[in-house]
Ligand binder design. Sequence first.
Ligand SMILES: [Fe+2]
Ligand SMILES: [Fe+2]
Length: 186
Amino acid sequence: MVKDRDTLPAGSGAGQLYQFMAAEHARLDELLAQASAGVSAIDTEAYEEFRKALLRHISIEEKILLPVARRRGGGRPLPVAEKLRLDHGALAALMMLAPSGSTFAAVRAVLDVHNRLEEAAGGAYEQCEELLGSELDELLVQCEAAPQVSVSPWVDSPKVVAAAKRVLLRAGYDGSLLNCRRDVPE
Ligand SMILES: [Fe+2]
Ligand SMILES: [Fe+2]
């Protein structure tokens, strides 16, 4: 079982799957930082790129990695699979929001916890690598070839913010991360 993230050592990074997925995390971190770096305006192009890349990354994990790990584990999901799915749901809900300082803060808060659970020593990626055995190469090909997912336009509406707060809370995060909506000029 994965422990609290602050007590987790970083994964060894030796495996190919780990390296592929951790490189995607690093690229996502760059795009999020770029989107939110402006002092007078949000880089909406970087944010659009981030949304596409994050939703594709989640799709790879949900449609390829977690199902294969479950099959190779004799039908048992990874111990952390349920938490990862809740986080993926929270991230998908956040991707429906217009870009703002609070959107960025909430996404960052979820990713800080979530990516650690995946990248830590003994975390989801290392567990997947151990389970995959001879299927690893084929799985990497599938991950690399995974298509873009369709991304809906964001919606700047209190209802969508309220829905995102509920999903954040269900996943164990603080819904008040989304309280201040106009904290970065748009
Ligand atoms: Fe994930
Ligand atoms: Fe991930």
